[in-house]
Design a binder for this molecule. Structure first.
Ligand SMILES: [Zn+2]
Length: 105
């Protein structure tokens, strides 16, 4: 197994994560592996954009589904928050509109 430098103490029960899963073809570096002959491995990375920077972290195959779900959960929350903000702006706009109507009378 490559990638033995992973943090084993990391909590596997991730519920929500920003970012997304990126899947790339890689060579593992073992000279006797099939990937040296062009049949590369599919590696998954968790990618986050933060403050104009791009962070990438290797995700084990058995954790891909979990991380992908966590990213989806985060996206869902973000869109809910966006929807909440849009709703708030609509309320604010109609309140201002009401205020203007009241003042004009
Ligand atoms: Zn390989």
């Amino acid at each position: 197994m490559p990638h033995t430098d992973e943090n084993k103490s990391e909590n596997p029960a991730i519920k929500m994560l920003p970012g997304f899963i990126a899947s790339v073809r890689v060579r593992c570096g073992k000279s006797n592996c099939h990937c040296t002959r062009g049949n590369r491995h599919l590696a998954h990375y968790h990618v986050i954009y933060s403050g104009g920077l791009r962070f990438r972290r290797y995700v084990r195959h058995d954790q891909v589904g979990q991380v992908r779900d966590a990213c989806q959960a985060h996206r869902d929350l973000q869109s809910q928050l966006r929807e909440g903000r849009a709703e708030y702006k609509r309320m604010l706009a109609s309140a201002r509109e009401f205020d203007r109507i009241v003042r004009n009378e």
